[in-house]
Write a protein that binds this ligand. Structure first.
Ligand code: ADP
Ligand code: MG
Length: 697
């Protein structure tokens, strides 16, 4: 009871937010800082000094002795290097100091982070720069300063820099279009995001017994349990007390850090859960999602559990994803993807809507690439996550409205109204789109789009960089036309009609898991890149480089480096899994099967000498003998594929070889080993089974 009433006061208590700034900074400094934060403009050092001092005093009151520039290098997670506040004072004493310079800029060595060749061509060292649009916070006696990470010549070496660039770009393009509708004084425009996060929780002692989980965060072996999610009893089911205790603590820790954790529930698979926060500005949402993932892992440990964020930890049960709910809002709280009440508002909504449709269709490959990694390959297209084919769900009603508009048909047959924009007869758009389609990768859900292809473990930055950029591109094309149009309303109608006609093929409201859709999508000419290795090289296709360069998001060199980093991560990730499989096979699995076979053989000999019936032993021993031979052969075959893949010089070819051939050999090895598991006495089997792990108490 007492705790509950304190939550409003505890919320954000570890964050240097607006309340603290206002209370601790001279008014003039506060106003300038607010301006910087709103506009995303650079911060003057004269302002940085007093801000740093105020931050330090605040952080020290919360017990902080250190500060760190917190950044997001290209390995999908976050990095930090801690420095204490101490500086030498007089007479061998120390003082606690934090300068404006230390706040705005840090210089970590960039050489050990992925840079995809940018280091060789430019400089080894990188620098971190404070992102004042995301709040500093205190954790573990340390003041965390969210920063962007670049090379000395300005190339982005992180996930945040391009995200901030893309937000600025969308801000500009949306404002331009809005001003054509006479909308000025609308405040700052920003993309908003709410990222729903799925995860697994399993007992720590079982996790510790499995090298595959410890090293790869997923099981590489494991026969399917007799029961999995077939009975649909876990989804939204009652939450185990142990898990509930975890969720309560997680919520509290996140609230203190200003993360608006809102919804917690059990997901479809056993041991699988979800957390959804309340949406906020994109780069905050991105930082918050990283914090959420880190906090999940930490808090789980305190409850004797391990949080698994891998996209597919268990074969035969659903994997975990992340839903990126995306919209565009003004700082006055107007959602630009909210269907309006008046014809003019509807016209504006229609342009934003058709812009997103065109963007997703034209740059579907970029969206696919933004979620491409080796682990997500296990989900996309596996009848549990959206398919690898991008399509858009609009719902029947909105689709019908757009069809009518494009074909010049009346929408509301009774009133025989025509769909001219600006003449007061545009139908009221359906606001609450409850017609949900869970199989769609990209769904319009009433006043926002939900991009559902993201893997659970990946940063949401890449997907949002792409979304912001491609939507900006289309909005700009619309503005180009509208700025020179003689008949504004006529041009709005023409743009909406032409755009929808040209990009209608991306709209699909049916079952995205079906084989018919796969065939239909191929007929419509939509991309279907089944694996990350296949998708990633298209990042460097000319039209993709062009759109990023045009909007100042990535240079061609930055894109090339990102392509190399992503392909390398595919190859290396699979290599680690293959090596782990071999180690498990040779050191644990084969010895276990052979030992149990020996045990059977000894019993068999005994029984034979006593002339006792021994058909069970005989049959079992025979099965296990052939399985051990097959396991051995499959392991050798895997080694051969690994050798071939590792020898390939070309990065794309190497990633393809790991993705197709090494993974193929891994699947073959797993199949025989899993069969052996079902035939080997559990006392002999070296690892906890799927039943042990997934159905813990
Ligand atoms: P569901 O599971 O049905 O998709 P949830 O309520 O779990 O719905 O998640 C919806 C997510 O969308 C929440 O994180 C919510 O804050 C977010 N969201 C709602 N409106 C917007 C918006 N305008 N922009 C971005 N995200 C939004
Ligand atoms: Mg959702």
């Amino acid at each position: 009871m007492e705790m509950a009433s304190r939550i409003p006061e505890l919320f954000g208590c570890m964050v240097f937010g607006d309340k603290e700034m206002k209370a601790r900074l001279p008014e003039e400094i506060y106003t300038t800082l607010r301006h910087t934060i709103r506009r995303g403009t650079p911060l003057n050092i004269d302002i940085a000094n007093p801000v740093a001092e105020a931050m330090k005093c605040w952080a020290m009151e919360l017990g902080a002795t250190h500060f760190t520039h917190w950044f997001q290098p290209l390995n999908g997670i976050t990095a930090e290097k801690h420095d204490s506040f101490i500086e030498p004072g007089e007479d061998g004493q120390v003082i606690m100091k934090f300068s404006g310079k230390s706040l705005v800029r840090g210089e970590p060595d960039a050489s050990s982070f992925p840079n995809g060749g940018l280091r060789a061509t430019f400089e080894a060292r990188g620098y971190t720069a404070w992102d004042p649009t995301s709040s500093a916070f205190v954790r573990d006696k340390t003041l965390y300063i969210p920063t962007a990470f670049c090379s000395f010549s300005g190339e982005a070496l992180d996930a945040k820099t391009p995200l901030l660039r893309s937000m600025e770009c969308l801000r500009r393009s949306a404002r331009r279009l809005m001003s054509l509708f006479g909308k000025t004084g609308i405040g700052t425009i920003n993309p908003t995001v709410g990222a729903e996060q799925e995860y697994f929780l399993i007992p720590q002692e079982l996790y510790d017994e499995r090298p595959d989980l410890r090293l790869c965060d997923r099981t590489l072996f494991g026969a399917p349990p007799p029961k999995s999610q077939a009975l649909s009893e876990h989804y939204f089911g009652a939450i185990k007390p142990r898990v509930k205790a975890f969720m309560d603590e997680l919520d509290l820790e996140l609230w203190k850090l200003g993360v608006m954790a809102k919804t917690e529930h059990n997901e479809a698979a056993p041991c699988q859960h979800e957390l959804a926060p309340i949406f906020c500005t994109t780069n905050m949402a991105c930082d918050h999602n990283q914090l959420t993932m880190e906090m999940m892992k930490r808090v789980a440990r305190k409850h004797g559990l391990v949080c698994i964020l891998h996209e597919k930890p268990f074969f035969c049960v659903n994997g975990s994803g992340k839903h990126n709910n995306w919209s565009i809002a003004t700082s006055h709280g107007i959602n630009l993807l909210e269907p309006g009440d008046s014809p003019a508002d509807n016209a504006q909504f229609l342009l934003f809507l058709t812009a997103v449709i065109a963007a997703v269709d034209e740059y579907a490959d970029l969206l696919r690439i933004s979620v491409a990694n080796a682990s997500n390959d296990h989900r996309l297209g596996a009848n549990e996550a959206p398919p690898a084919i991008l399509s858009m769900f609009l719902g029947d009603e909105l689709t019908e409205i757009l069809d009518c508009l494009a074909e010049g048909r009346p929408y509301d047959k009774h009133e025989n109204s025509r769909l001219d924009i600006g003449v007061g007869v545009l139908p009221k758009f359906p606001k609450d789109n409850t017609d949900r389609n869970r199989t769609s990768p990209f769904a319009f859900t009433g006043n926002k789009f939900e991009f559902r292809m993201l893997g659970s473990g990946c940063s949401i930055a890449d997907a949002n960089v792409v979304l912001n950029t491609i939507v900006s591109e289309i909005l700009d094309r619309f503005s180009d036309r509208l700025e020179t149009a003689d008949d504004f309303n006529g041009e709005v109608t023409a743009i909406a009609q032409e755009t929808y006609r040209a990009h209608k093929r991306i709209v699909f409201n049916g079952n995205g898991y079906s084989e018919e859709w796969r065939q239909e999508a191929a007929r419509r000419g939509l991309h279907n890149y089944a694996t990350a290795a296949e998708a990633i090289p298209h990042l460097e296709d000319p039209e993709n480089v062009a759109v990023f360069e045009k909007h100042g998001i990535y240079t061609a060199a930055e894109l090339h480096s990102r392509c190399e980093i992503m392909l390398d991560a595919v190859a290396k990730g699979i290599e680690v899994e293959a090596k782990t499989m071999l180690e498990m096979t040779e050191r644990d699995i084969l010895p276990a099967v052979l030992a149990y076979t020996d045990h059977l053989a000894a019993g068999l000999a005994n029984k034979k000498s006593l002339r006792l019936p021994c058909r069970a032993e005989s049959a079992l021993a025979e099965t296990l003998c052939s399985l051990s031979d097959e396991i051995y052969a499959a392991a050798e075959a895997l080694k051969a594929e690994m050798k071939k893949a590792a020898a390939l010089e070309d990065m794309a070819a190497r990633a393809r070889a790991y993705s197709d051939n090494v993974r193929g050999a891994m699947a073959a090895l797993r199949a025989v080993a899993d069969q052996a598991e079902t035939q080997t006495a559990s006392d002999y089997w070296p690892y906890p089974s799927y039943t042990d792990i997934l159905f813990y108490r």
